[in-house]
Design a protein around this ligand. Structure first.
Ligand code: SAH
Ligand code: SF4
Ligand code: F3S
Length: 462
């Protein structure tokens, strides 16, 4: 319990042991709502760990909680609106129970800061991603009556808590934070700050611990994993990290996301093809299949560069499954440029794609561009792209019928206790039946049927 004996020093004030104990005595309960990418999901696991240390238990529903925490995203306008809508919903809970704390963390908190409280005055505390480490102290402070504080300072308050993971089989492990790429459409660098890599030894230590706890699969996380090592002392790069992680006993599968096509070096592909635990899955966001649009997006590669990268991956790793992110209706995107994206997406034959309408993010370079595509046209382009890609995904999945694949069983499905779900090394979702408990095991599954959402199969007993 040494943690409670420490005096927490933060911004010139001190929160003492006794005050933290007070929180514990009150039997606080929390309800956490998460939006956004894996980075945020991982931060939410850190929040869970912090709340556990505060002896604050998890409430089954918001109505039962004494603290409601939002971990937010702001990558597209639609996400912002969803978050504000849900925060608004909880005004009635605050009316019934005025001592309910409403806390907003994450990227939207960083973006909107004080404006959040002006828009929703029932929010008690706002803190950005870099301030996450101060959450336990700030909860205490808020309970003492320091309401409506906003902490969006850039200096990093290291959480110092390992995530409390929902899964016992697969785990996300951050390798870098922030982003330096400034793609012209993207808000992430403005809310997550500059790119910084975690020391290799910290990452390896965390993964060894996970292996000791029985975890089988890890996913290395970063906004641009391929540039890992930038800014670290010595000569450390993504390849060194992969080689090192591949040696950790107990871990059976290693994935990484997100790759940036401009930084994915050929030497990494050769290395990955040699490392047995590295899965044959590559998430390679293309964004657009037209050189002029890519240039305006400040992506740093051409369609030709991207094609060469995919050819290189497929020649070294023939079974590679490739997924992507795409944006339609970027400012100035003509019909012809959109058609170029359609053609290129069809040529790439992706296993899966996440497709979005361009959303204006104020403060980014693209927001200042002229010739914004109107909403109806964006919708039409998106529908056309989704329709085409869904057909490709389905065909690819159908082509796997009859194949025997390795699946890591992640658990039983909710509806059927004999049905398990898991993923192939290529990151495809598989549902299959088994009469024994195979949770956490690698099993052979014969694919019976392919769908757009994934695969259905039968366990093959050896
Ligand atoms: N670092 C990752 C992911 C960033 S956010 C990468 O570089 O790919 C995830 C996806 O959201 C992006 O790949 C992009 O396709 C989409 N996105 C980001 N900003 C957007 C915007 N303003 N409008 C629409 N989609 C956007
Ligand atoms: Fe955003 Fe580009 Fe960074 Fe990805 S690489 S987070 S799209 S700026
Ligand atoms: Fe959203 Fe922040 Fe991730 S803006 S996509 S939660 S880095």
């Amino acid at each position: 319990m040494t943690i409670y004996k420490i005096l927490f020093i933060f911004k010139g004030y001190k929160v003492s042991v006794e005050k933290l104990y007070k929180i514990m005595e009150k039997h606080e309960t929390y309800f956490l709502i998460t939006y956004g990418c894996q980075m945020n999901l991982n931060d939410s696991e850190v929040i869970e760990s912090m709340m556990e240390k505060l002896h604050c238990s998890k409430a089954k529903k918001p109505e039962d909680a004494t603290i409601i925490i939002f971990n937010t995203c702001c990558v597209r306008e639609g996400v912002d609106e969803k978050v504000y809508g849900r925060i608004g919903d909880y005004k009635r809970l605050k009316r019934i129970n005025p001592s309910l704390l409403i806390i907003v963390c994450g990227c939207l908190a960083q973006k909107d800061g004080k404006a959040m409280i002006e828009r929703a005055p029932h929010i008690d505390l706002v803190l950005g991603p870099n301030q996450l480490g101060n959450l336990p102290d700030l909860i205490t402070r808020t309970r003492e009556g320091f309401l409506h504080e906003v902490h969006t300072e850039w200096d990093i308050a290291e959480p110092g808590y390992l995530p409390r993971r929902a899964s016992k089989i697969t785990a996300w492990v951050p390798i870098s934070y922030g982003c330096d790429n400034y793609c012209s459409f993207c808000i992430v660098p403005y809310v997550r700050g500059r790119e910084r890599s975690r020391p290799l030894s910290d990452i390896v230590e965390e993964i060894k611990k996970l292996a000791g706890e029985g975890y089988k699969e890890i996913t290395l996380l970063g906004q641009n994993v391929n540039s890992y090592g930038k800014g670290l002392p010595g000569d450390v790069n993504f390849g060194h990290l992969l080689s090192e992680v591949n040696t950790i006993e107990g871990i059976e599968r290693i994935r990484f996301t997100t790759s940036h096509p401009k930084d994915f070096k050929g030497e990494y592909i050769e290395l990955i093809s040699r490392l047995d635990k590295l899965c044959e899955w590559f998430h390679l966001p293309l964004q657009a299949g037209d050189d002029d649009v890519l240039k305006n997006m400040n992506r740093g590669y051409t369609v030709g560069d991207y094609r060469r990268l995919v050819e290189n991956i497929r020649s070294h790793i023939p079974k590679a499954s490739i997924s992507t992110d795409l944006i339609v209706g970027f400012p100035g995107e003509t019909e012809e440029q959109f058609e170029n994206t359609l053609k290129f997406v069809s040529e790439m034959s992706y296993d899966q794609a996440f497709m979005f309408k361009y959303s204006i993010r104020s403060g980014t370079a693209a927001a200042e561009m002229t010739c914004h595509v109107d909403e109806e046209e964006k919708q039409r382009r998106l529908a056309k792209l989704i329709d085409m890609q869904n057909n490709i995904t389905q065909k690819k999945n159908i082509s796997m019928e009859g194949e025997i694949v390795e699946v890591l069983a992640e658990g039983r499905t909710k509806k059927n206790p004999n049905r398990y779900s898991g993923r192939t090394r290529g990151n495809k979702l598989v549902a299959f039946d088994s009469s024994e408990d195979v949770t956490g095991k690698l099993v052979s599954v014969k694919i019976d049927k392919g769908f757009t959402w994934g695969l259905v199969g039968t366990q093959v007993l050896s």
